[in-house]
Design a protein around this ligand. Sequence first.
Ligand code: MF3
Ligand code: CO
Ligand code: CO
Length: 256
Amino acid sequence: MISIKSSREIELMRKTCSLASQTLVYIEPFIKEGVSTQYLNELCHEFITKNGAYPSPLNYRGFPKSVCTSPNDVICHGIPSEDVILQDGDLLNIDVTTYLNKFHGDTNKTFLVGNVSDEHKKLVDVTYQCMREGIKQVRPGGNIGDIGAVIQEIAHSHGYSVVEDYCGHGIGREFHEEPQVVHVGKKGTGPKMKPGMTFTIEPMINMGNKHTELLDDDWTVVTTDGQWSAQFEHTILVTDDGFEILTIRPDEQVNF
Ligand code: MF3
Ligand code: CO
Ligand code: CO
């Protein structure tokens, strides 16, 4: 069952999602060569809790930290660590989920550390474009499959692959609700979108093959060929005439 949020619930979703997006704005200046992902985790934890919220990943199915930090060939669910020190040229995805007033808001961004190569910058740009065009498919009467169809088309046109083992998801009172939002697919397939639905769109795009491997820590998901991966994520509301990006940041308004 896909929950339809009431206007009161939507107001609470706007609040938690706004805090999640502000966390990404807050953390950006700290992301540089020489800092550990554990340090970034601590700063995000402090920011989220000082704003009266709980970091949803912490103890979620045993996840030990407050945000996910996924560099380079880590596709998603990287665990912050003192031992992971950012280097010039790295990519780093930080995935923030906040729990405020009983509602979750989920967003992530891939940041550039120092001087990133042109080929990796292009991966990040195309991944953002995949998310943006996927979001633009959202409208009442459309199908969830419309989203994956455009994402797949864009990624493949650049010779990239789309991760299929992890997907977007409904979100609200639960961190992960129905529907699943797969980032590949066919237009006109999947559940119909209705006003009041809230779900994430969070494509993971790989430079090499689409396959994933789970490390021994049972969380970290990496590429099987060592090539790099990027991701962006927003929480989206289906409105009466299209979409609202609940986790949009001020620097992004220009893109939509
Ligand atoms: N935030 C991730 C998502 O976009 C889920 C992370 S689960 C965790 O769905 F336990 F690793 F935090
Ligand atoms: Co998500
Ligand atoms: Co997320």
